[in-house]
Design a protein around this ligand. Sequence first.
Ligand SMILES: [Zn+2]
Length: 194
Amino acid sequence: MTDVAAACAELATLAPLLTPALRRDRRDSGRYSRLEPLSLFNTDVLLARNRLVYEIPAAAIRSAHLVHETWPWRPIGTCLRVLPVYASRMEALNMATEHRQLEMLTRAWVLQTKRALGLRRPDVGPLADCPRCDTHPPGQLWMAGAEASLNPRDLTAPPHWVHDPRVYCPLCGASWPEPEWDHLARLVTVREMA
Ligand SMILES: [Zn+2]
């Protein structure tokens, strides 16, 4: 399964959980908190839901346009099924930049949705300038927080937490697993001395 297809499949499971979670307490950091009388909604969940509702159909329309098709405004469930198709079309048409942008966008939706639902622990950082970025200023490196997945066939099963120590750059999408950290440290030092 491609990255875009995997992200869209996960979003198809997670997105419908946002609305029922709207009135739930914030679950981040495990500290006790309760809803304030004037704050009826969990704002993290509200922001994630609003983002998906607008950005997913917009991305489907834009992707269709890029591969010379038309796609009207449709609900996000339908859009999530067509986005991997357009992603493959972009690859076939050698649209590497557009494909990469769609990949990063779908991943950003998954991350924000998981944070809102309490399925992603906070990242640690920023740690240093990204040695892979060629933009000014460069992106910042972060240590990724642990992330959980739900079983799409049994949403009542406990989330499956994965400990996958990784440093990543949210701007260019580069990521380094633990065995590559010595190498990464050298890259960061070289960049700082340049
Ligand atoms: Zn970067």
